[in-house]
Design a protein around this ligand. Structure first.
Ligand SMILES: Nc1ncnc2c1ncn2[C@@H]1O[C@H](COP(=O)(O)OP(=O)(O)OP(=O)(O)O)[C@@H](O)[C@H]1O
Ligand SMILES: [Mg+2]
Length: 525
């Protein structure tokens, strides 16, 4: 049968699209043509597939005019994950495997020249797309089988070599030597298969217990985790800002199953899935360096568009340490994901979308020298320099930061004595979960799940508070110390405080505390 077909998946961002792979062995001048908008690495599949087929002891139709067609032709197709499907279609077209055996399956995988099947990125979103399209059987590299197995309702076959695939297709026993050392190959996803998964499980996750003193900032982290609020921390070098930010993901509730799949899909496409962890169940943490480029933050790349730090932080925490040092273009680029929870990267052939619903944590020194804290007597910066420094953060970013706080360095006494009674992450995380349950119950009939997501006008209309409770905020508004948007921020935080305290609605004390958490705005605005 000189014509055979099978299927693969093309990924555009984290969206998979089913692609039909046809192999035709015609008469005429021997040649090999790949049609259907392939990129360079896909065009190179010819040499990989040919070597892999021959080195697996299968014939190569070198006297034929070979045409491989990937359709729909309009869809851009990138990368090496089509190798396996192309090889399978070629083998079927030559009759090396029973006719029709791969017709209804989806095959994903890169081929090594020796016929080894190498892991590829993006298996989870690709297999999920196949399942949505009604496919029942997928063949993936053995290393990616656990990841593919996360998608329910599919028969997943993991193969280590092309030889093994041929044996399975012919219903023959799988050869003994199939991919003897393939399992220890470092994967394309950057996953070190040698790493003992147990090492990762016991990795020393940062615990809130390590942060001494800083009672207000510790509490701010708890409030941020409970309500999903973005945070700004201003403080001198060494106050513990970075320590606190790193501990926020530990306070967040574990990802629910939908969120876990979304996060895993992004990390699968980026090749950053932690070794031995096919499913990411904890909120991720991303802390890009302040000289990171716009593509590094929002995603990009010339041939294959990869998610950036903002997407890798999806459903987790994006921490911008030394935030004023980030390029204005980078801070500006965060505006879109903060508004819509996703990022669109436009390319000539396609628009690529990545999810990016993260919790933003900004840390900054209060001024270029970092000493303008407390009464600021040690600071040598001019008022102008100070304003200009934090002014870089104004606008769309600060508008969305509900919690901002000023920190002083921890004192020696605090560092010495606090270790006896500071709370650990588990204790605080339990309160966060209880608060989240309260707000989820209250917000059940709305599209929102956390207080930080609820627009101010909705909050005021549906859950109005007596004048006595909001008086402090309103007085501040009258005095010009708070804008209308600022009042919304205070209300959101007050609701989170009451959820944490197990109250039905905020009292005036909650509003007072919430007002304290917008303290540094006088520097920044
Ligand atoms: N509150 C604290 N409790 C315990 N250790 C602390 C505390 N604050 C700082 N440290 C110690 O100081 C180190 C530096 O802290 P961290 O990096 O969090 O400071 P920072 O505020 O981010 O400073 P910078 O502005 O320079 O980035 C920590 O690794 C820790 O050892
Ligand atoms: Mg720091």
């Amino acid at each position: 049968m000189p014509l055979a077909r099978t299927r693969a998946v093309a990924l555009v961002g984290v969206q998979g699209h089913l692609v039909e792979v046809e192999a035709d062995l015609g008469q005429g001048v021997p040649s090999y043509t790949l049609v259907g908008l392939p990129d360079t690495s896909l065009s190179e599949s010819r040499d990989r597939v040919r070597a892999a087929v021959l080195n697996s002891g299968q014939p190569w139709p070198s006297t034929r005019r070979i045409t491989i067609n990937l359709s729909p032709a309009s869809l851009p197709k990138r990368g090496s994950s089509f190798d396996l499907a192309i090889a399978a279609a070629m083998l079927a077209a030559q009759g090396a495997v029973p006719a029709g055996v791969f017709d209804r399956a989806v095959l994903l995988g890169e081929l090594g020249l020796d016929g080894r099947v190498r892991p590829v990125r993006g298996v989870l979103p690709a297999v999920a797309a196949a399942a949505r399209a009604g496919v029942e059987s997928v063949v993936v590299p053995a290393t990616n089988a656990a990841e593919a197995g996360l998608v329910p309702g599919l028969r997943v076959t993991g193969v280590r070599t092309l030889r093994e695939l041929v044996a399975l297709a012919r219903s023959e026993p799988v050869p003994e030597d199939a991919g003897d050392d393939a399992a220890t190959e470092p994967s394309a996803a950057g996953v070190d298969a040698d790493a003992d998964p147990d090492d990762v499980a016991v990795s020393v996750a940062p615990d809130l217990r390590d942060v001494l003193g800083q009672a207000t900032a510790r509490f701010a982290m708890e409030v941020a985790a409970a309500g999903g609020h973005h945070v700004l921390m201003l403080g001198p070098p060494g106050a513990g800002k970075t320590m606190l930010a790193e501990r926020l993901p530990g306070l967040l509730p574990p990802l629910d199953s939908d969120a876990a799949l979304e996060v895993t899909a992004v990390h699968s496409v980026a090749g950053t899935l932690p070794p031995g962890t096919p499913l990411v169940t904890r909120p991720p943490f991303q802390a890009p360096h302040h000289n990171a480029s716009v593509p590094a933050i929002v995603g990009g790349g010339s041939s294959q568009v990869r998610p950036g730090a903002a997407s890798l932080a999806h459903r987790g925490v994006l921490f911008l340490d030394e935030a004023p040092e980030f390029a204005p273009a980078v801070l500006d680029a965060l505006r879109q994901p903060l508004e819509s929870g996703e990022i669109t990267v436009s390319r000539l052939v396609a628009q690529v979308r990545f999810p990016a619903r993260f919790q933003l944590v900004l840390a900054a020194n209060p001024c270029p020298c970092g000493l303008a804290v407390g009464n600021g007597s040690d600071c040598r910066c001019t008022p102008m320099a100070k304003l200009r420094y934090l002014g870089r953060l104004s606008g769309p970013l600060l508008d969305r930061v509900d919690l901002s706080l000023e920190m002083l360095a921890a004192t020696r006494a605090e560092l010495r004595e606090d270790s006896a009674y500071v709370e650990d992450t588990a204790t605080v995380a339990a309160r966060v979960i209880a608060a989240r349950e309260r707000m989820a119950a209250r917000l059940a009939a709305t599209p929102w799940r956390a207080n930080a997501e609820v627009p101010g006008h909705v909050l005021r209309r549906h859950w109005p508070l007596p004048w006595g409770v909001v008086a402090a905020a309103e007085q501040e508004l009258d005095r010009g110390g708070l804008t209308a948007r600022g009042v919304d921020r205070v209300l959101r935080v007050a609701w989170t405080l009451s959820d944490l305290a197990g109250r039905d609605r905020p009292d005036s004390g909650d509003v007072q505390v919430a007002l304290q958490f917008r303290g540094v705005r006088r520097w920044a605005a």
